[in-house]
Design a protein around this ligand. Structure first.
Ligand SMILES: [Zn+2]
Length: 443
């Protein structure tokens, strides 16, 4: 069984140390002593819900706000776990849908859980698979972030094509994007898979809607997601009892409700009140379709309704201006594939915005990707070298560019955390966003 607490480079903020299941230590909150999982709030922003904190997990602490790097298939593409340690990543988020299809949750369990399987000595999270089941199975991913002004359509799912995923009140039946084989996820199935994968933070199975869905559909979907949340909590309680020898896994409920204030608030307050066999959600995810201009407002509606002593994770967000908005509104952790995905497309994040390293201007640029970046790529390599690698289609390009972009994002959120601790968040935000030219909308 994996119980390695050596991944500790960030250090706890609130004095809460990672702990093992069932042990009690002086000064450690009761919930942490019982389960190895907990959260403590550190410094709060004046007149805002934003705060620093520390999430305790059986595999070590996460100092928050934190950017969680995405390793969908138990791998951050092209980057070894030892490089993730070096670039300061505190935790990795993998995906239950992908690991269910390959290599299968039983195998990951046999390996000692997700962290041991991938050789990562730190906290892990798994996304429930709900988003992937629906988006990969149904092909609506592309419309999640589109400008949908004036559009309302409950049948955006694969228009004119085979419908690969079908939602009913009990779960989702879908075809694998790999081989077309048929599968079914229910809240209970997702919980069993995520218990086998063994991540420290797992998410309730939810239906992720799009901005194109009608208000009536959003309401129906939210009822369904709430019923699924209750079933997830009950199955989580049952599995936790059954697998008491395993490290405790924190279960986060996911707040949906799209752009509607009443739906978001209702979803958040109802999820916060759910219990099953004495367990309640350990934290909350804020998910679903978010228009960029409303992101901070939507987060604020949600965090208004959530209990302050539990962590909140903003799903699928990595653009700097979105992270600032999320932090101010009280989000504690973030994840997104964008830093690695954009790196593989040749786009480099810097504190003044993104640029493409494959342009002619970089052919003879012998300076680092970003002059004051402290990543291993910038310490050793030039833009000209990366320009050459991408033009030559060398695999090393993916590694070096991804290390830079992941470090950029991790460091930005670390700097935000330090600015809250130091009482200069507003100055740091204004200075950063004053120089940063926003990129395109992520995901
Ligand atoms: Zn760099």
């Amino acid at each position: 069984m994996i119980q390695d607490d050596s991944m500790n480079q960030a250090g706890p903020i609130g004095g809460v140390a990672p702990d093992r299941v069932g042990s009690a230590r002086p000064g450690v909150p009761a919930a942490v002593a019982q389960t190895g999982f907990g959260f403590s709030v550190g410094t709060t922003l004046p007149d805002q819900p934003g705060r620093t904190g520390s999430i305790s997990t059986p595999h070590g602490p996460i100092a928050t706000p934190a950017f969680i790097v995405v390793g969908t298939r138990a791998s951050v593409r092209a980057v070894a776990p030892r490089d993730l340690v070096e670039l300061g990543a505190q935790a990795v988020l993998a995906n239950a849908y992908h690991l269910y299809l390959q290599p299968g949750p039983e195998l990951v369990e046999q390996a000692g859980g997700l962290a041991a399987f991938m050789g990562w000595n730190g906290p892990t999270m798994t996304d429930s698979g709900g988003f992937q089941v629906l988006s990969l199975g149904a092909g609506f991913k592309k419309v999640l972030a589109m400008d949908t002004a004036g559009l309302a359509n409950d049948d955006v799912i694969a228009p004119g094509k085979d419908r690969l995923a079908r939602v009913d009140d009990d779960g989702v039946t879908f075809k694998s994007h790999r081989d077309g084989s048929r599968h079914r996820f229910t809240p209970e199935v997702s919980m069993r898979i995520q218990h086998q994968l063994g991540a420290d933070v797992i998410f309730a199975f939810d239906e992720c809607t799009t901005l194109m869905n009608s208000r009536a559909y959003q309401e129906r979907s939210l009822e369904r997601t709430e019923a699924w949340a209750q079933r997830c909590l009950a199955e989580h309680a049952r599995l936790t009892e059954e697998r008491v020898e395993r490290p405790y896994q924190g279960l986060f409920g996911v707040v949906q409700g799209a752009q509607h204030e009443d739906l978001r608030r209702r979803a958040a307050s109802r999820l916060a009140a759910l219990t099953a066999d004495g367990l309640s959600f350990d934290g909350f995810g804020i998910g679903g379709a978010l228009e960029k201009e409303n992101l901070g407002q939507i987060c604020r509606w949600v965090t208004d309704e959530l209990p302050g002593h539990k962590p909140r994770h903003l799903l699928g967000i990595a653009e700097p201006e979105d992270i600032f908005a999320g932090v101010e509104a009280g989000a504690d952790t973030f994840d997104c594939v964008n830093p690695s995905r954009t790196a593989r497309n040749g786009a480099i994040y810097t504190r003044t915005g993104r640029y493409n390293v494959d342009t002619l201007a970089n052919r003879r640029a012998f300076e680092p990707l970003e002059p004051d970046c402290d990543c291993s790529t910038c310490a050793q390599h030039s833009r000209a070298y990366l320009h050459h690698l991408v033009k030559s289609k060398e695999l090393l390009f993916y590694t070096l560019a991804t290390i830079h972009n992941e470090r950029f994002t991790v460091r930005l959120v670390d700097d935000i955390r330090h600015s809250i601790e130091g009482g200069f968040f507003a100055d740091f935000r204004d200075d950063f966003l004053g120089r940063y030219l926003p990129g395109r909308r992520p995901r």
